[in-house]
Design a protein around this ligand. Structure first.
Ligand SMILES: [Zn+2]
Length: 365
């Protein structure tokens, strides 16, 4: 693994001054050393790992059973998708991956390209928070476009992965920490933009997480979110039939039976994805009622979003016959090159896609 560059403690010092707040008592006063960030008010100690360039605000022992399962499941998926790529990452390879990633996001009409990058072009150095950066590809792309990046993930390996990428890109002053989206370690009115792509529907209380996004945004600041869509091919023709077949639809809560059949299967542990929620347009508007809705559009549909055995292989076979190639930009965010949306799929996605692409603004009061 390549060595981190820049001075992590300087980065931390700047965040202590401008962003951080104790998640236990809400004090803004900290002391810090090479190993701990200590709240001067309640004396809680938060671990610092200088080598990995992260700070931990919610270690496993402080979290409840479901949150530990969420951390374990997403840690398993990190190992499946990102661990190998991170082990051979360099500044040069990341640069190439990010160029490919931006091209892929452009062709897929992705939230990161359509809704997010135009915001970053308005002015350099915007304070941006990403919640749930996954392998850090999106955060690194935003830093490359001049954002002053902070990221938070509940899963330690994902926070480390993001820290590694942020140390190689942009101003190299990106900050990554481990913590809970429902109790953010940041002060009120801090960020210009809060971005979160397909994450907040996986936490125990999406409402609490959205309220936290509102709290840490500056008035006039924007949140750019992707949350799953209820009225989509993926939900009605894939997720629901699977949950009927395995019987879990009849005795589990909705977010739990959806969780069990989405995002993949455990490989290194036993825990399945605990929680996934889906939203109708009305449910999105209710959830974000404290924001002014700037834009809301549906997207993301593939012809393999149906519960038919072998359909994924069949789609890949057809697309190969059509002369198409797997896009290399998928590697840094999905762990492998993939066939991206065809023009027909993009069009259908506007009606039956699985993702709501949302921009909300925190009003001036
Ligand atoms: Zn405190």
């Amino acid at each position: 693994m390549s060595k981190p560059t820049g001075d992590f403690l300087k980065i931390l010092e700047e965040r202590v001054k401008n962003e951080l707040q104790c998640p236990a008592c809400h004090s803004r006063k900290f002391k810090f050393s090479n190993t701990y960030l200590t709240c001067e008010s309640c004396k809680t100690e938060y671990g610092i790992d200088v080598a990995s360039r992260i700070c931990s605000f919610s270690p496993a022992l402080t979290m409840n059973k479901t949150k530990n399962e969420i951390m374990e499941w997403w840690g398993d998926l990190y190992e499946q998708c990102y661990a190998e790529g991170d082990s051979i990452l360099s500044e040069e390879s990341l640069e190439k991956d990010l160029i490919d990633l931006e091209d892929m996001f452009n062709k897929r009409e992705h939230l990161a390209y359509v809704e997010m990058l135009p915001l970053l072009k308005v002015s350099k150095g915007l304070r941006v928070l990403e919640i749930g950066p996954g392998g850090g590809g999106h955060a690194a792309l935003f830093a490359r476009h001049g954002a002053h990046m902070t990221s938070l993930d509940i899963t330690p390996s994902r926070a480390v992965s993001t820290a590694l990428k942020l140390s190689h890109v942009g101003d190299k002053n990106g900050f990554s920490c481990q913590g809970d989206s429902e109790n953010l370690p940041f002060a009120d009115n801090t960020f210009d933009v809060v971005y979160s792509n397909g994450v907040l529907h996986h936490t125990t209380s999406t409402k609490k997480a959205v309220d936290e996004v509102y709290r840490v945004l500056k008035p006039g600041g924007k949140t750019v979110l992707m949350l799953y869509s209820r009225h989509s091919a993926e939900y009605w023709v894939n997720i629901v039939p699977r949950a009927i077949l395995n019987g879990e639809i009849f005795y589990l809560n909705e977010e739990n039976w959806i969780g069990r059949v989405t995002e993949g299967k455990p490989k290194f542990g036993k825990v399945k994805n605990p929680i996934t929620r889906v939203y109708s347009a009305k449910e999105i508007k209710d959830l974000l009622s404290s924001f002014e809705m700037v834009s809301l559009r549906k997207g993301s549909f593939h012809f393999n979003n149906f519960m038919i055995p072998g359909l994924n292989k069949f789609r890949n076979w057809i697309l190969t016959k059509m002369g198409l190639k797997r896009h290399p930009g998928c590697k840094i965010v999905y762990g492998e090159p993939r066939f991206i949306d065809t023009k027909t799929e993009l069009k259908l996605g506007k009606y039956i896609g699985y993702g709501w692409n949302i921009v909300g603004e925190k009003p001036f009061k």
